[in-house]
Design a protein around this ligand. Sequence first.
Ligand code: FMN
Length: 323
Amino acid sequence: MGLPKPRLSQTVFGLQFANPIGLSAGLDKNFELAPLMRSVGFGFMEGGSITFEPCAGNPKPWFHRLPADGSLVVNAGLANQGAERIVARLQAQTVLPNFPLNISVAKTNSAQACSTDAAIADYLGSLKLIQKSGVAQLVTLNISCPNTFGGQPFTTPERLEALLSATDTLNLTIPLIVKMPNHLDWPEFCQLAEVAANHQVAGLTIANLAYRDQVKLSQPIPITIPGKLSGRPTLARSNQLIGHTKRHFGDRFVIIGVGGVFSAEDAYTKITLGANLVELITGLIFQGPQLIGQINADLIKFLDCDGYENISDAVGSNSLMLN
Ligand SMILES: Cc1cc2nc3c(=O)[nH]c(=O)nc-3n(C[C@H](O)[C@H](O)[C@H](O)COP(=O)(O)O)c2cc1C
């Protein structure tokens, strides 16, 4: 965990975060690694995505490394043990002080959860279990998982409106975050965020995986390798959307910035564009767990350089620079 760094600690969503760097969804799908993730220096973590029913995921292989592009092709298809078992696991664990747990909830990847009503009921089933058990401090709706069975993701204003009208009826007592797609241009993205702004949504995670036609890779990926892209190919759009969201919505949402973070500079860029918190996963997979301590140590140097006492002073300081 290293020594505490008071200059990196902040209160966000009414919760204490020891530092702004968290694990992004997809590595600890069944919440088996929370104590380890705290020990390697993360300030919080997003586990899952979990779904109401257990799911075996897509046929393997799920991942394909693209080292030259700092990216993974991801096609896991929401493999997880299901909400009931995962919530029970968390109930049996000791609460980790100062380490907010964020559960990512997606809709079950199955033919049964394809219709809009069934998909919404599926999300609500998981949210109710989480709410009742009190095992998490934050919950995220993954509306943008691109690798699921049939149906439409909830990434149109109409469908998001239907989903969030339903989640409002739960009157959740923990903050609800929406994980936004990476592949939309700002006008379309803004329409979705406007919908979220009219509901009980405290934060936006910006953003999910990139679509393959969004970016130019050093080598084309054969079509026999299905999936969407993590890491560096997500970076530019993620930063652009964070900056626009901060500028347009001010403090309406807490922004969690994710996509292509491999260094303190990458994390600090997202913070100055408007993210209070930053998550990563591909950086950890490529560079190993020492990356987290390194990023946190180097963030202090950026604060020194810019004359900020605390990391929260840097949030959004650069959001007006973006076109
Ligand atoms: C192996 C892997 C699995 C992922 N699974 C999920 C998931 O289950 N739910 C989700 O919301 N995002 C998932 N993602 C997307 C990441 O959480 C993140 O939004 C994206 O990879 C960009 O961050 P990065 O560049 O740090 O990887 C996954 C990413 C990877 C690399």
